[in-house]
Write a protein that binds this ligand. Structure first.
Ligand code: DHB
Ligand code: FE
Length: 284
């Protein structure tokens, strides 16, 4: 039986990846953000999973507005790193886990989550930056294969927070029914409060962010009641990316243990955070 061993909630700000790629992590602008990552990174390095599920959104790099899947899953052997306009990030290739992807597709569809299947997919900063947050020095290869799970957060109407939480629960059931004894980690990426354009560009709402960081552990049910309008109002137009943290949380047990947390402003002109949880308490 497969088992989810930990969950990581993390921002996926592209400049965090660029700071790593360009050896700027010790610069005064960046050093405290990366120091904040250290305890989580040490713990994750000691608890290597066999595969990671990365819940993220594409930023109009692989998916344009011609076709907007609300939820999608990658089923490929490998996922090329997208060129987002500045060349591909100098990171290792991302290998998939087609057998686990196929199991997730059939289990989710049987569970009435009719997820779109992506047999080819280029992955952008939404997926590669969290991999770098997890593993800063991968060398030639990431520590394990990846299953990408995509959520539309760009185009109205985004899925509700409640639906994302329910998708996470269905993913948790799917993992629990996978017949092989593998250890799985789940990443929920994006957030925290940010708005990249428009009159409120640069919006940061620390009160909302800290409430969310705390309740993601203790009261995800309450977070699942936040409407998309409230996300946009409180956390900015891109702050709605936080719905993806609820997919991760839904996949985990009701009881989880917080291993590490950091909150940092600014990264780019956004609030960035990381929260790492070990799966604890009764199994699903
Ligand atoms: C930026 C882009 C993102 O996708 C994000 O989640 C946060 C910040 C940016 O371009 O700064
Ligand atoms: Fe983003």
């Amino acid at each position: 039986m497969a088992e989810i061993i930990w969950g990581l909630a993390t921002s996926h700000v592209p400049s965090i990846g660029a700071a790593m790629d360009n050896s700027k992590t010790r610069d005064p602008y960046w050093s405290s953000l990366f120091e904040g990552y250290a305890p989580a990174r040490e713990w994750m390095a000691e608890h290597t999973p066999d595969v990671v599920l990365i819940v993220y959104n594409d930023h109009a790099n692989a998916i344009d507005l011609k076709l907007v899947p609300t939820f999608a899953i990658g089923t490929a052997e490998s996922y090329p790193v997208a060129d987002e306009g500045w060349g591909r990030r100098p990171v290792p290739p991302v290998f998939g886990h087609p057998a686990l992807s196929a199991h997730l597709v059939s289990s989710l569809v049987d569970d009435e989550f009719d997820i779109t299947v992506a047999q080819e997919l280029e992955v952008d900063h939404g997926l590669t930056v969290p991999l770098s947050v997890y593993c800063p020095e991968p060398g030639d290869a990431w520590p394990c294969p990846v299953v990408p799970i995509l959520v539309n957060v760009l185009q109205y109407p985004q899925p509700t927070a409640a639906r994302c939480y329910a998708l996470g629960k269905a993913i948790g059931r799917a993992i629990a029914s996978y017949p092989e004894d593998i250890r799985v980690a789940v990443f929920g990426t994006g957030g925290m409060s940010h708005q990249l354009a428009g009159a409120r560009a640069g919006l940061i709402n620390e009160r909302f962010d800290r409430m969310f960081l705390s309740a993601i552990e203790t009261d995800p049910q309450a977070l699942s009641k936040i409407s998309r309008e409230e996300f946009v109002r409180e956390a900015g137009s891109e702050g709605i990316e936080l719905i993806m943290w609820l997919v991760m949380r839904g996949a985990m047990n009701d009881e989880i243990t917080r291993i590490a947390e950091t909150y940092h402003v600014p990264a780019s002109n956004t609030a960035a955070a990381l929260a790492l949880f070990q799966n604890a308490g009764p199994q699903k």
